[in-house]
Design a protein around this ligand. Sequence first.
Ligand code: SAH
Length: 254
Amino acid sequence: MSNTGNGWVVIAGLGPGNEALVTQEVRDAIADATDIVGYIPYVKRIAPRDGLTLHATDNRVEVDRATHALEMAAEGKRVVVVSSGDPGVFAMASAVFEALENNAESHPDWLNLDIKVLPGITAMLAAAAAIGAPLGHDFAAINLSDNLKPWSLIEKRLQLVGEAGLAMAFYNPRSKSRPHQFARALDILREACGADTLITFARDVTKPGQELLTVPLNDATPEMADMRTVVIVGNRDTRRVGNYVYTPRYAAED
Ligand code: SAH
């Protein structure tokens, strides 16, 4: 297969849902694309038009999807791979580079493809903004799905990050295929962070029907989260002021 030199791949973040939060450079890339690749609900956000082929696939095949995007770009197509939020946060950007690495010997020409990552507003930042400033000091972002890592590693990280006093944002907090693990995560957090630490459940952020709920960890129940929720746990200084939740910018010695 020869590289015509005209094709490219853009891995674009569509933001958390509100179309006003899609950046201009992402809009421009989509307007210039011949092909859109992505998970079905994200591809649905792209308006169909003449000359644009939409390739919507199931979420479980990220590397296949990424390989397909690289193949098409090598054929001269202009391909936008869409992710929700930011493409570098638990999303397609790493999958594209993984596919590039996997194919480095069989398709060395792909290494010269024009590949760009265009950032988007990730769910935790949109959620943090919606409730105030809970991530105003040091924090960690953790994917609670054990599809790509063992659950034991997730437990260890929750424990250590909690003990280190960092705030946390959790993606993919609770799915039907792993109903008990989020309850376990809450137990670890109560122990490591303290039961009165504030936790916020932010569902469908920036979309119609957005829901925000902040409670002390002691009152948190697993049902408060699902796969459309991003969860933010504050640090020991995180507090309410009026209707807002914020974390001060400073911290004292441990
Ligand atoms: N790349 C995406 C994250 C993909 S993982 C990003 O940067 O936001 C999918 C998880 O993101 C969901 O399970 C949920 O935890 C979170 N998420 C994405 N969009 C969201 C939204 N609008 N509201 C709340 N959580 C969201």
